[in-house]
Design a binder for this molecule. Sequence first.
Ligand code: ATP
Ligand code: MG
Length: 232
Amino acid sequence: PLNMHGGEIKFENVTFGYHPDRPILRNCSFTIPAGQKVAIVGPSGSGKSTILRLVFRFYDVSEGRILIDGQDIRDVDLESLRKHVGVVPQDTPLFNDTILENLRYGNLNASDEEVMSVIEKVKLDKLVTDLPDGVETIVGERGMMISGGEKQRLAIGRLLLKDSPITFFDEATSALDTHTEQALLKTIRSVFRESNKTNVSIAHRLRTIADSDKIIVLRNGEVLEEGTHYGL
Ligand code: ATP
Ligand code: MG
């Protein structure tokens, strides 16, 4: 099992491609310090979401190593690894089930009270109150019956319920309107600021980036720069 201390993530000379003849990440080395709020930025296609998929071990690196608190993630059993890492992906996978069950997927043991408190935190309370079936509303195949922003808020709610020591937030570019986004970002920030959790945002928005302890800039599969907002 994964022996977690603070949740430091280290990429050591990582090379990876979905096809062996087309590397997406090339000799990437960087550190996400334990407990810090880190932003990963870079152009579309530069490999940002790929980093997240590698940490979650949807794929294994071709060369190099990924370490969490000094342990090579290939030496850790998958279940334990994924228990410690929470992810809000760019496209939220929802099940054709109720809002309640989609949220509880983050933590099957969550009580109704915990779920309701998260619904408030991610500002889904208005939606839930307006729906005739409330939290028992079925969201449809792939969440077809709710909006993109609502889907993303469900995904964030799931992550809050999971309460894992490391979280990745793959920021979608336009799913949320400005007002809802502001309120939600404020909530997420306060939740993570208060915690000692390692929080990595794959960022498109200036606000997310400016708020970070550290910024990692990717370009063409390589780490272009690493530093603070003011240092870069
Ligand atoms: P965006 O900002 O648009 O989300 P990104 O930096 O997250 O971009 P990635 O999703 O990491 O980009 O993709 C990096 C490259 O890998 C892209 O060229 C993409 O087409 C390719 N790629 C992504 N997923 C796969 C896959 N499953 N199979 C093959 N190629 C893939
Ligand atoms: Mg992406």
